[in-house]
Design a protein around this ligand. Structure first.
Ligand SMILES: Nc1nc2c(c(=O)[nH]1)N[C@H]1C(S)=C(S)[C@@H](COP(=O)(O)O)O[C@H]1N2
Ligand SMILES: [Mo]
Length: 208
């Protein structure tokens, strides 16, 4: 789509669009189709993690750790992103509505100069991505989907949501974010899926 110009008049958009948020669901990345349901894709079984035993840990390259309990997470400023999802199995879902905490908030006080993150989940799943992609209002720890607590099958009580990358990067049942100096491949990346996974550049497999 046309980017918003600084004066608010985006090329090709009517003046009525001035000042409105960029709408989700305006374009489909290459090789994708529109899905209206919400498929469940899980390698293995669904972990059930009660919120009173849930904890999120961030660990830096010196092994310093920061921890949030469920009440800690709920006490942080919350975002309500509406985003499009793109799965490497070729379905995309437009305009999904979430509530969660931005990684900008969670990482604000974390001391680190590491450039990579290895994300680990309850249940053992892992995935890797650059720290930069967790920042800039582009990634959340999401706990609410479409106004309801996130269903366990979709990663509840909380999952990572990084919608600008293929959905395998959006780790369900997120538990630990390890900030590491050297990129370390996660579960699907070791099976040959791309280290970065940009749907717009169709980075499905290593070498794409
Ligand atoms: N913990 C965990 N997170 C995961 C997965 C998984 O198997 N385990 N699958 C990934 C893949 S391949 C996709 S496409 C999305 C699917 O999310 P959904 O089941 O909510 O559609 O979750 C991603 N996150
Ligand atoms: Mo996937």
């Amino acid at each position: 789509m046309a980017p918003d110009s600084p004066d608010g008049r985006a090329a090709g958009l009517t003046p009525g669009f001035r000042g409105r948020p960029r709408p989700a669901g305006v374009a489909l990345p290459p090789g994708q189709y529109v899905e209206r349901g919400f498929p469940v894709l899980t390698a293995g079984t669904t972990p059930h993690v009660p919120t009173d035993r849930w904890e999120l840990t961030v660990r830096n390259e010196d092994l310093d750790t920061w921890r949030w309990s469920w009440p800690d997470l709920m006490a942080l400023p919350q975002d309500e992103p509406t985003v499009d999802l793109h799965c490497v199995t070729r379905w995309s879902k437009f305009g999904t509505r979430w509530r969660g905490v931005s990684l900008d908030v969670l990482l604000a006080d974390v001391r680190s100069s590491a450039q990579y993150a290895l994300v680990a989940c309850y249940g053992g799943y892992t995935t890797n991505l650059p720290v930069a992609d967790l920042l800039g209002g582009r990634a959340w720890v999401a706990h609410t989907y479409d106004g309801r607590p996130l269903h366990p099958e979709h990663g509840g009580p909380a999952r990572l949501l990084v919608p600008h990358l293929y959905l395998w990067k959006s780790a369900k049942w997120v538990k630990e974010i390890h900030l590491v100096r050297d990129d370390q491949r996660g579960f699907w990346e070791r099976y040959g899926y791309h280290d970065y996974g940009d749907p717009w550049r169709e980075q499905r497999y290593q070498g794409d």
